[in-house]
Design a protein around this ligand. Structure first.
Ligand code: GLC
Length: 748
């Protein structure tokens, strides 16, 4: 096979095809070298390249990988609401993959943050599928624009760490379609990730790795996915079943290729199925060839660090800024308290752990910039009891300062891949320290470092300012200084609600499941979809984030652009003297519906950067899906006719203006039967006139006369017409038969 020939599965033996469907080792594809199919390397992700130093031998070392730029994990990137910026992060990661000869970077992870206690919430994007899909897509498009592949993961419904390898996520079709699938669906349809990684868990009792409905019928047949599906590491339990379901690649290898050969020979795997799965692996190798053939390339460490710094800046969310305490004057007498300022928590634990190319803490940055500030660690980063000496040192340091920056948050041991959190609170010793410091000096700004939201309610009143910085990656120190000292305004918006108490979250009724299953009883009411629908107070709502600037949204105009589509335009004005960015958010609020629907749902957004006094016009188009819900009755998306409110705002609870559009609906209707209620007959375009004809015959005595007082009408409307005999005996049966006979004549 010459170097330039593009091999195909037809050039391969049965044994070679089987070998392609399993890894060569934990971090390499198997390839078929003498047929021109290299065994390229694949590795993590997702917010930077983790190429374990031991990976050349296929070994794994979670803590020792080649230096790579550590970008902010997804919790931060999602808070930027800036797909273009995220695309740049993807491009930079691809360049590092090219240098390190990695063909596929394993990410992004777009599983929905069903419950903020989830151990990998730091690594996932949002509680909202629209935001998750429309931000994470930037990673896929950015990485793949350079000829490197991605692995959209973990497909699907992997929303917790507890028992993740076995548990069955029992979830309704509607919640799957409206909440847990859309981020995957959007990215597949708009960016075609080269690979998808299936999840460990079962979905309604069938492991994702051998779930034909999931991997073939939905992913390929419905959504048009063209790439390959790999397993999460160790997620395959029956290779033949997995191949038949549509899984191309088992990772890591189980060294059982012979079983696949036997299965094929015995007809347990159809030849065309094995060919399709193997061809996918050949295609992946062919797509990777160009980038993997680049030799001697070295990425620009400083340029990538700058991308990481910009991403970190836009990841931060300013939650509170009383008395405009921020930005601080760097020449002021500033006290910095909290070990995180010296030992930053800048990424999450587990398979995504990266060795950064450089690392500057906030304190390092102050020193580099010549900003004098006193410092006290205040507490240790373990979960041990507080050391009173550290506390008193911190309080002493805060005395007399113009402002106190308190770096609080979750230490590494508090959240990670592999386990879920037990509490939403930050360690009690940190809260106690904050109270002690505030008693000495009220001018406190809390800077939070955490991968998933923490409860702020217990201590928020103690702080004049709260800057949620998530996990900022390697450039977080510089980014924090830029924002805190006003070089740039914060522009992040919450991608995850901040509840007042974890027990306010509806998923807690079924968290984290029991006896091998977890019921998604809250259905589509996840995050703000629940809080806003049921009027639950939250500390900070989805989409919220302050700025050093002020903005005005005006001239909101909503127009119908088709039977079930609309467009909304809005003018955004920066009414301050500070250059900054605002994110316009559009929520669709359905009118009366046949099913229980959330009060409103995010269906569009646009981040605009405006100089002081500048204005811009934003237009957001809403397609039919923006108004649809998944009907389990139709087993399809359904748009009901009627009024829909279009809310335009700067958070889910800061709606500046609302327009209304009246849609035609998609006309879907179920055929009327004897089981259709009288009310359904009456409101149906065909059934209605037949009911009127029946009533006319009641007046002439040809049929029994139905009582038409309000009470009886209410009673009748909820009765299937085949139960009229219960009410009227034989005459009721005559009415039922009349309705069915007349309908049969018309609704052919
Ligand atoms: C892990 C993770 C997955 C990661 C893979 C390889 O178990 O679930 O996200 O890409 O194994 O490290």
């Amino acid at each position: 096979m010459s170097e330039n020939t593009i091999p195909s599965v037809n050039d391969l033996t049965l044994e070679e095809k089987a070998s392609l469907t399993s890894g060569g080792d934990a971090w390499h594809l198997q390839g078929v070298e003498d047929k021109g199919i290299p065994g390229y390397m694949i590795t993590d992700g997702p917010h930077g390249l983790r190429k374990s130093l031991a990976s050349e031998t296929g070994a794994t070392d979670l803590n020792d990988s080649v230096p790579a730029t550590c970008f902010p994990p997804a919790a931060g990137l999602a808070s930027s609401w800036n797909p273009e910026l995220i695309h740049q992060v993807g491009e930079a990661m691809a360049e590092e993959c090219i240098q390190e000869k990695v063909a596929v970077i394993l990410g992004p992870g777009v599983n929905i943050k069903r419950n903020p206690l989830g151990g990998r919430c730091f690594e996932y994007w949002s509680e909202d599928p629209y935001l998750a899909g429309h931000t994470a897509v930037g990673i896929v498009s950015g990485v793949q624009s350079k000829g490197v592949g991605t692995s959209l993961k973990h497909f699907a419904v992997n929303n917790q760490e507890t028992d993740r390898l076995r548990i069955s996520a029992n979830v309704s079709q509607r919640a799957l379609r409206e909440i847990y699938f859309p981020a995957f669906e959007h990215i597949v349809k708009t960016a075609q990730p080269w690979t998808i990684m299936c999840a460990y868990n079962q979905i309604n009792g069938v492991h994702a790795s051998q779930n034909h409905w999931l991997l073939t019928e939905v992913l390929r047949d419905e959504w048009g996915f063209e790439g390959i599906v790999m397993s999460d590491w160790g997620a395959v339990h029956d290779r033949a079943a997995a191949l038949n379901a549509g899984l191309n690649l088992e990772m890591p290898p189980s060294f059982t290729d012979d079983t696949i050969v036997y299965a094929a020979r015995e007809g347990r795997i159809a030849p065309e199925q094995l060919d399709q799965m193997a061809q996918g692996m050949v295609d992946l190798a062919n797509k990777s060839r160009a980038a993997m053939s680049i030799d001697g390339y070295r990425f620009d460490v400083d340029a990538h660090h700058e991308v990481a710094r910009q991403a970190a800046i836009e990841s931060m969310v300013l939650l509170k800024n009383d008395d405009a305490i921020l930005p601080l004057n760097p020449a002021a007498n500033i006290a910095v308290i909290g070990e995180f300022a010296r030992t930053p928590r800048y990424q999450g634990g587990g398979s995504s752990h990266i060795t950064p190319t450089k690392m500057t803490s906030f304190l390092d940055t102050l020193a580099e910039r010549g900003v004098a500030a006193s410092f006290a660690p205040g507490f240790t980063l373990d979960l041990n009891e507080q050391d009173p000496a550290l506390a008193s040192e911190a309080v002493e340091t805060a005395k007399g300062a113009d402002a106190v920056l308190m770096f609080l948050g979750l230490p590494e041991a508090a959240e990670s891949e592999g386990f879920d959190r037990e509490t939403l609170d930050i360690p009690a010793k940190q809260v106690a320290l904050l109270e002690a410091v505030v008693a000495e000096n009220p001018n406190v700004v809390v800077v939070l470092s955490n991968g998933s939201v923490v409860t702020v309610h217990p201590w928020a009143n103690n702080a004049k300012g709260i800057l949620e910085s998530w996990l900022l990656g390697q450039a977080g120190g510089g980014a924090l200084a830029d924002v805190i000292f006003g070089e740039v305004s914060p522009s992040g918006k919450l991608a995850q609600s901040v509840p007042m108490d974890i027990n306010d979250d509806p998923s807690m009724l079924n968290w984290p499941g029991e006896e091998g299953h977890v019921d998604y009883g809250e259905g589509v009411f996840v995050g703000y979809r629940y809080y806003d629908t049921y009027g639950k107070a939250v500390d900070y709502p989805f989409g919220f984030g302050l700025s050093y600037a002020s903005f005005e949204l005006s001239d909101v105009a909503v127009s119908k652009t088709g039977a079930n589509t609309a467009s909304v335009s809005v003018k955004v004005t920066n009414t301050s003297d500070v250059d900054a960015a605002e994110t316009v958010q559009v929520y669709v609020a359905p009118g009366k519906a046949e099913v229980a629907r959330p009060k409103h749902e995010l269906k569009g957004f646009k981040k605009v950067f405006l100089k002081a006094g500048e204005s811009a016009s934003v237009t957001i188009d809403l397609d039919e899906r923006a108004f649809a819900y998944w009907s389990e009755r139709f087993n399809d998306w359904h748009v009901e006719a009627g009024e829909y409110a279009i809310e335009v705002g700067t958070s889910s609870r800061d709606i500046a203006a609302t327009g209304v559009v009246v849609l035609d609906g998609d006309g879907k209707a179920l055929p009327l039967t004897e089981w259709s209620t009288f009310g359904e007959w009456h409101s149906d375009p065909i059934g209605g006139p037949i009911v009127e004809a029946m009533r006319a015959k009641g007046e002439t005595g040809e049929l029994a006369k139905l009582p038409d007082n309000d009470m009886m009408t209410m009673f009748l409307n909820s009765m299937p017409i085949n139960s009229l005999t219960t009410l009227l005996g034989e005459p009721g049966k005559a009415i039922t038969n009349f309705l069915l006979d007349e309908y049969a004549k018309v609704a052919k």
